[in-house]
Design a protein around this ligand. Structure first.
Ligand code: CO
Length: 465
């Protein structure tokens, strides 16, 4: 029996996609013991934007959240999302920082690390994969799914082979924009299976309304694991519903074997939270439906709204159609990268610049320059010669692994944040988000002196007069 396995995303991607990653730990905690009894393949619960959101908006220590999760999930593997050499940040880091982050993630409770790179440049995954295996974790490589001339079935097949050769334990297709159509899922999974015998996991978003059909086709083609979210935080720009997929597969040869009643109890737990989020405006109905534009322009939903707001700020709302036509041209000039953070913002902003200045590559933002100069890694296709000349002005493109140009950084970070250190992990929070972490550390110190007061206050209330 080809049983399909489920990775539950409600504690990470689902709330990242729908409510800007704002679910606090105290909302999660009461339901975790029940979730631990379900028998999920894994629970994705950490990494991605959760780390930044904890420190910046929720005033929570992300490491403390991870330890709390681990205390409850005694039988279930914990999974995190990891942006290759960028870790969870937006820049490339030295290998020593990547290795230490992996070591501490696993030491605090992570079992599966899903590692990806926005250019699918395998070299940017090496250090994280090796470190994960060294620490005894499961290293999953996620390939960013995208469309374009370069992305043939042979491309995916060869990449799957590279993923296996790199030493990954499993492979994931990460369809961040919901572009994978059902028919293409059949062909894609077939190509991956020709390239590797590793387990294959599918990750998509419901943005274009395709996701559950795509999953079904991928499963029929041999996908082993699908990512789904508990119903109250499913669909829209999030994943398909866990309960719906489990019910759809029941009684077939792909039956997940999960108990629908238990899943419904979990769903019931999150339902009032969904309603609360809608009421407060945190969950907008805009992200809950199907976005036909995502289907038509094949750009991630977030990218489209960025373009619209950039044009609005420049007072050039009427240029949207022109910009949408310029996006694929810039992408082609830039070597046809997948459109995912940060390449989606870079390509989008460059397209806006090209249109509003009336001259292509007259204005080149710093991030554009870095991408063109090879500082993010290698693109699938060579870049356009004319554009290179205009942007690099004679400078040479970097062709080796970007992190080879970065000397060790860990000791310097330790030195910089030593006055706030309360645990070894603090240096990693600081390395990724220096200013945000500093603000958090100061808040934490202030809280410590305030805790006594808070408790005293509670005690008073416990004895009403
Ligand atoms: Co996702």
């Amino acid at each position: 029996m080809a049983k399909v396995k489920i990775t539950e995303t409600v504690l990470r991607d689902a709330h990242q996609s729908l409510i800007a990653t704002r679910m606090p730990s105290e909302l999660m905690e009461p339901i975790l013991d029940k979730m631990d009894q379900v028998g999920y393949h894994a629970v994705e619960c950490w990494g991605g934007a959760t780390f930044d959101a904890c420190l910046r908006f929720l005033k929570e220590d992300p490491w403390e959240r991870l330890r709390m999760l681990k205390r409850h999930f005694k039988n279930t593997k914990l999974q995190m999302l990891f942006r290759g050499q960028n870790i969870l940040g937006y820049n490339h880091y030295a290998d020593d920082v990547v290795e230490y982050f992996v070591e501490k993630s696993i030491a605090n409770g992570i079992d599966v690390i899903r590692i990806f790179d926005c250019l699918n440049d395998i070299r940017n995954l090496e250090t994280a994969v090796k470190a994960t295996r060294k620490e005894g974790g499961h290293a999953q490589i996620a390939l960013c799914y995208t469309l374009g001339d370069a992305y043939t079935l042979e491309y995916w097949e060869n990449l799957a082979r590279d993923v296996e050769n790199l030493g990954a334990d499993s492979l994931c297709i990460k369809d961040m924009a919901g572009l994978l159509l059902p028919k293409e899922a059949t062909e894609l999974v077939g190509a991956l299976k020709r390239g590797t015998s590793l387990p294959i996991e599918m990750h998509t978003h419901y943005t274009s309304g395709m996701a559950s059909m795509t999953y079904l086709k991928a499963i029929e083609a041999g996908a082993d694991i699908i990512d789904t979210a508990s119903t109250p935080l499913a669909m829209g720009t999030s994943q398909p519903s866990t309960e719906v997929m489990v019910a759809a597969l029941q009684g077939t040869e792909y039956d997940t074997g999960l108990d629908l009643d238990k899943l419904i109890e979990i769903s019931n737990y999150f339902q009032p939270y969904r309603e609360e989020c809608i009421k407060s405006g945190l969950l907008s109905t805009k992200v809950l439906g199907v976005d036909i534009k995502a289907l038509k322009y094949q750009v991630p939903g977030g990218m489209l709204s960025n373009l619209i707001s950039q044009l609005h700020q420049a007072g050039k709302d009427e240029k949207l159609q022109e910009v949408l036509e310029e996006v694929p041209r810039v992408r082609k000039d830039f070597g046809e990268p997948p459109l995912v953070t940060p390449s989606s913002q870079i390509v989008g902003t460059q397209a806006v610049m090209n249109v509003i200045t009336g001259e292509r590559y007259k204005m080149v933002p710093k991030e554009s320059y870095k991408l063109v100069a090879g500082e993010f890694g290698r693109t699938v296709k060579p870049m356009d010669e004319e554009m290179l000349k205009k942007v690099l002005k004679g400078e040479k493109q970097m062709t080796d692994r970007p992190a080879d140009h970065i000397p060790p950084q860990l000791e310097q970070f330790k030195e910089e944040c030593k006055e706030w250190m309360q645990q070894p992990e603090d240096v990693l929070s600081y390395a990724l988000f220096p200013q945000v972490a500093k603000d958090f550390f100061q808040y934490r110190d202030a809280q410590k002196s305030g805790i006594a007061l808070k408790n005293a206050d509670k005690e008073n209330k416990a004895y009403p007069v």
